[in-house]
Design a protein around this ligand. Structure first.
Ligand code: ATR
Length: 270
């Protein structure tokens, strides 16, 4: 680090568990770029954004719980962020703060490595912020979208926004979806013995993908696999959304495959 080092960070709360600093710092080093990436636990978002402007921080990853609230403090917002209602990427272009969303694209790139998407009968579990990004991506790929959620009203609302159809938990067994996506945090460490759905949902052969990446093999994915489904962990999505941010900030190609292996091994070791 020297006086030319460009500073990047993730802001969230909590954020100390984040693997983003590990990932981005590895990339800076690997690509021999003079950048550094750290983590800020932020409770006062407005002041944090002022700090980004004041200090000239070049790029920021935005995570829970700030993805929605940060929009009002930014100067420009991408179309995808507006439709999703969330920003995960802030880019400081000479004092103009731009908000974008790479979560949806990261999800699609990860799923595409394992399955076709167009016209596939796709069940999205959950109707929170993460689900909106997933639905945006699925809609852009013309998937046949079905949404289920514990709170029916939220699921119906989301289905309306993305031309999908709501199905109650009691109906999903009959649906026989080809792609099933967990967008809830159910099954995430330390609640690893939980799955958001009964295993009877895995009927026809298909692909199950989890946005959770810790643990790598969630109960949801284990049950999918036992029923003959192909399974995809959240690592791919995590690496793609971060790599897309990195490329936006640095105009440099990100080492996606190498990084996936790095993160995978790090999580395996625990
Ligand atoms: P995020 O922004 O990370 O998506 P969120 O907006 O709090 O987080 O949404 C979490 C999603 O997980 C919601 O769909 C939530 O269901 P509700 O709308 O009924 O709250 C779902 N969820 C969380 N805990 C759950 C649980 N124990 N069982 C089923 N669904 C759960």
């Amino acid at each position: 680090m020297d006086s030319h080092t460009e500073v990047f960070a993730v802001i969230g709360n909590p954020v100390k568990h984040s693997l983003s600093p590990f990932m981005h710092n590895f990339a800076f080093e690997f690509l021999n770029l003079n950048g550094v990436y750290t983590a800020f636990e932020v409770s006062d978002l407005e002041s944090a954004v002022k700090g980004i402007r004041g200090l000239g921080i070049k790029g920021v990853s935005v995570t829970v719980p700030h993805k929605e609230n940060i929009i009002k403090y930014l100067d420009e917002i991408s179309d995808s962020s507006l439709k999703i209602g969330a920003v995960n990427t802030l880019t400081n272009k000479n004092g103009i703060l731009e908000g974008d969303n790479t979560d949806w694209k990261g999800f699609i790139l990860s799923l595409k490595e394992h399955s076709k998407i167009k016209d596939r009968k796709t069940l999205v579990i959950g109707a929170g912020g993460a689900s909106r990004g997933v639905c945006y991506g699925l809609a852009s790929e013309n998937a046949d979208i079905y949404i289920t959620n514990r709170t029916k009203s939220k699921g119906i609302e989301l289905a309306k926004d993305f031309d999908g159809e709501f199905v109650g938990f009691e109906e999903i067994e009959k649906l026989e979806p080809e792609i099933i996506i967990n967008t809830t945090s159910v099954g995430m460490y330390p609640d690893i013995d939980k799955s958001p759905v009964e295993k009877t949902v895995f009927k026809t052969k298909g692909t199950a993908i989890d946005i959770v990446y810790n643990p790598l093999n969630t109960k949801f994915l284990k049950e999918a696999s036992m029923s003959g489904f192909k399974t995809v962990s959240g690592v791919g999505m995590f690496v793609y959304q971060g790599g897309l941010q990195f490329e936006k900030w640095t105009n440099t190609r990100f080492p996606f495959q190498i990084m996936k292996e790095k993160i995978f091994h790090k999580l395996m070791k625990g």
